[in-house]
Design a protein around this ligand. Structure first.
Ligand code: NAP
Length: 245
């Protein structure tokens, strides 16, 4: 993928992995739009990088996904890359029957329903462009789940599966479909201070950008690169390592 000359939408681009990619793609010479729920975080990102375009949007809401595509189609008719990055991670004890279904539903809506629906909504616009790409951010936990985050891990496994089917179906259209499966990366995922044991964000983002530029369609890093290619026995071992530490 040529990193310059694109018009790119990154959901959840005001922090963490989304922002790290936004900064690099902007610097490489692409137009970048980021969206998220917190307006103050979007403004902060734009103040730091005045070239960024921002939009408040809750991708969990169907109506907001539809407003997003209609705004983008008007304001950025040359949009050729969509990065489905917005995600949340909740730690859930499945035996705690007091937990409200709405909490799980929100995690499924943000992590799975939104990227599926946004991919479908953007296909007609992307088909009109040169070099169209959809990039889905899954996780190493798509391959070896973390039992402390069972809904999260399931959404990422499902998004990995959807990404394979999407790539297959879109092949004749010329729209490339890329999967980025991060390992643990130090961001605010799940709440500040929970992801401090992972890879440094800048190292991860630099590696991802290099591999996007090289045209790779499936991108892991460190342990997620290992589980992405693992045998059944190696996946069992990874599951035990993640869940019995
Ligand atoms: N960090 C890791 O260890 C890791 C590992 C594997 C995969 N990932 C994946 O990488 C992606 C980015 O996560 P991150 O680590 O960078 O965490 P992060 O810093 O918490 O970023 C997540 C972003 O998503 C946005 N977001 C959440 N819900 C949203 C919604 N309903 N609508 C619009 N935007 C929403 C958040 O902004 P608002 O709260 O303002 O909406 C935030 O900017 C996620 O898909 C995550 O699952 C991360």
């Amino acid at each position: 993928m040529n990193l310059a000359g694109n018009t790119i939408l990154i959901t959840g681009g005001a922090s963490g992995i989304g922002l790290a990619l936004a900064e690099r793609l902007l610097k490489a010479g692409s137009e970048v739009i980021i969206c998220g729920r917190r307006e103050d975080k979007l403004n902060e990102a734009q103040q730091k990088h005045p070239g960024l375009h921002i939009r408040v949007c809750d991708v969990a809401q169907e109506s907001e996904r539809i407003s997003l595509i209609s705004w983008v189609s008007q304001a950025f008719p040359k949009l050729n890359v969509v990065i489905n990055n917005a995600g949340i991670q909740k730690r859930t004890q499945l035996t705690d029957t007091q937990e409200e279904w709405a909490k799980h539903q929100q995690e499924i809506a943000i992590n799975l329903e939104a990227p599926i629906h946004l991919s479908l909504l953007f296909i007609p616009l992307l088909r009109k462009q040169p070099n169209p790409v959809i990039i889905n951010i899954t996780s190493g936990l798509a391959f070896a789940p973390a039992a402390f985050a069972p809904i999260y891990s399931a959404t990422k496994a499902a998004l990995h599966s959807f990404t394979l089917s999407l790539r297959h179906q879109l092949q004749p259209t010329g729209i490339k479909v890329v999967e980025i499966a991060p390992p643990a990366v130090n961001t605010d995922l799940g709440g500040p201070g929970l992801h401090t044991f992972g890879a440094p964000l800048d190292d991860f983002a630099d590696a991802v950008i290099q591999r996007l530029q090289a045209g790779e369609l499936e991108i892991g890093y460190g342990t997620s690169e290992m589980v992405r290619k693992a045998s059944r026995a190696e996946l069992d071992e990874a599951f035990n390592r993640i869940n019995n530490r």
